[in-house]
Design a protein around this ligand. Structure first.
Ligand code: ATP
Ligand code: MG
Length: 522
């Protein structure tokens, strides 16, 4: 494109320059030629007048030999080709070329005669005009040697001295007596014109070349380079490169470059906004999807718990009375003296297992009894401290070191303290059971970033939970503790936190420990 533009501009400029220069040169040279011709004709006219004056008296005296001598002498001057005097019949009376003396010229063909004897010129318009101009009397023609010559005729009029002279050679009524015909070489004048024309051509060529060169360089510097830079810039922007183009203010291309830079800046901002939007959109979608999944599982779990709760409540209630009967009768049986001593131990086993069943039934009833929480404003740290006091003497707590990390500015919140205590007991006992070999239990409280919830974090350094178990953690009866656990602790806790409008989350790494986080609305 750059090449094309330069070529176009150079070519068009060159053609215009060539055309105008040629036209200008042609008119100039033509004018000069005319001027040279006028000057040469004027010189020739002066010369003819001088010759005429020189031979005038000799003609009055009819001194023919002297006239011939004078003409011969005059004709020796450099540049004079021929001087001759013709009589009115067209006969050459005197001439520097003596051989032609006496010859009668053909008035139709001889250049000297054709000045007047041609189709345009009539006798009236030429002779006897008193003073036809020298230009009218001149003519340019090729002589017998094919040499370009300039000729001029000077009419010899019948003056008073001619018809009043002693010889009375001419009658008064004859206006024209003859012609003085002078021919000079046109070469000096023509070679001057040629020289001038050649010089003009050289100057024009030089002018065209230098103007074209200047225009090409200027076009390249002022138009092509900035346009090229803009082109490169546009391509770079297309590829996502937001660098700016160098702008030289002051001309339209500079303004264009500034507009381009402005546009690039705006495009860049919009692009970044779009990218940011796309990025946040992804995160937002991820967040929402996670939330929906969580809500789904919460819903499923709640439904499960609700239907299970009804079932469990019914069974537990029905089991409670027979179990009480078994325990009472087994106790009576064990204290009966009729009982065989060998059966006392079996009887104790029945009592112990029945007591265990009774405990399970009680827990089942706890789970099923979804009582509405009796909420009061309570300081969270006080509830945690009370829970620790309750369980720190538990057998599983022997090797557990409790570390408190409470937020001193934690606001009081609405809660049923005994229910939250129950939740904390479940979680803390689980933690201590996960680190029977000893470990740290960190209890941390704080307010979340949006300051609308408090959190209680229970971290242990126990055995951790396998990834596949985490999903089942809050399901009723999920336990890895065999006979030592019912698997109801966490499902009961889940129900309580939900009825408080809160959430319970777990993060765990097998072998490193587990973190339970309870959040409650402020
Ligand atoms: N901090 C913990 N570290 C490791 N595993 C845990 C932790 N907390 C809970 N678990 C796992 O979750 C299971 C379910 O706990 P959950 O409290 O519901 O029942 P449980 O403790 O087994 O029985 P229950 O509490 O009814 O006596 C546990 O059996 C245990 O495998
Ligand atoms: Mg438990």
């Amino acid at each position: 494109m750059r090449f094309k533009l330069i070529v176009q501009i150079s070519l068009i400029t060159g053609i215009i320059l060539l055309f105008t220069s040629a036209l200008f040169g042609y008119f100039n040279i033509s004018t000069l030629k005319q001027a040279f011709l006028k000057s040469a004709v004027s010189d020739l006219d002066h010369l003819s007048e001088t010759i005429f004056r020189a031979v005038f008296h000799q003609m009055l005296e009819n001194n023919r030999s002297q006239i011939q001598v004078t003409i011969g002498e005059m004709g020796k001057q450099q540049g004079i080709e021929r001087i001759r005097i013709l009589n009115r019949e067209g006969m050459i009376a005197f001439s520097v070329i003596t051989t032609e003396i006496g010859t009668i010229l053909d008035k139709e063909k001889a250049p000297a005669c054709m000045v007047c004897h041609n189709e345009e010129m009539t006798k009236e318009t030429c002779f006897p005009l008193e003073d036809p101009s020298p230009l009218v009397r001149s003519r340019m023609f090729l002589d017998c040697n094919e040499k370009r010559v300039l000729g001029l005729i000077r009419p010899i009029y019948n003056e008073k001295t001619c018809w009043t002279g002693a010889c009375h050679a001419h009658s008064k009524d004859t206006p024209l007596l003859g012609l003085l015909d002078i021919t000079i070489s046109a070469n000096p004048m023509l070679s001057m014109v040629r020289n001038y024309r050649n010089n003009a051509i050289i100057q024009i060529i030089f002018l065209i070349l230098s103007i074209s060169l200047c225009l090409t360089l200027l076009t390249k510097r002022l138009i092509i380079q900035p346009v090229h830079a803009l082109l490169e810039h546009t391509r770079a922007v297309g590829k996502g490169d937001w660098s700016l183009v160098e702008s030289v203010p002051g001309d339209e291309l500079g303004e264009l470059a500034e507009a381009f830079n402005d546009m690039t800046g705006k495009l860049k901002t919009h692009q970044h906004k779009l990218e940011e939007w796309a990025a946040t959109l992804e995160t937002k979608v991820e967040k929402r999807t996670r939330k929906i999944k969580e809500m789904q599982s919460v819903l499923v779990r709640s439904e499960k718990l609700a239907s299970l709760g009804e079932l469990v409540a019914g069974i537990a209630h029905e089991l409670n009375n027979p179990l009480t009967g078994i325990m009472i009768h087994a106790s009576l049986l064990s204290s009966d003296p009729r009982l065989d001593e060998g059966l006392t131990e079996d009887c104790q086993t029945v009592i112990h297992e029945a007591a265990r069943c009774s405990k399970i039934v009680k827990e089942l009833l706890d789970f099923a009894r979804v009582t509405d929480p009796q909420k009061e404003m309570q300081p969270v740290s006080k509830v945690i401290d009370k829970t620790i006091a309750l369980i720190e003497h538990h057998v599983d707590f022997r090797d557990t070191e409790v570390i408190k990390d409470y937020d001193p500015d934690l606001p009081e919140i609405l809660m049923d303290a005994s229910q939250i205590e129950q939740v904390l007991i479940n979680i803390m006992i689980n933690a201590s059971q996960a680190m029977l070999q000893g470990g740290e239990l960190v209890l941390e409280t704080g307010v979340n970033a949006s300051r609308d919830r408090i959190y209680i974090r229970v971290k242990d350094t126990g055995c951790g939970i396998a990834a596949e178990d985490i999903e089942k953690l809050f399901d009723p009866f999920f336990s890895t503790k065999g006979h030592n656990g019912t698997g109801l602790g966490l499902s009961v806790s889940y129900g309580i936190i939900q009825s408080h409008g809160g959430e319970i989350e777990v993060e765990s790494e097998l072998g490193s420990g587990t973190v339970f986080t309870i959040t409650l609305p402020i």
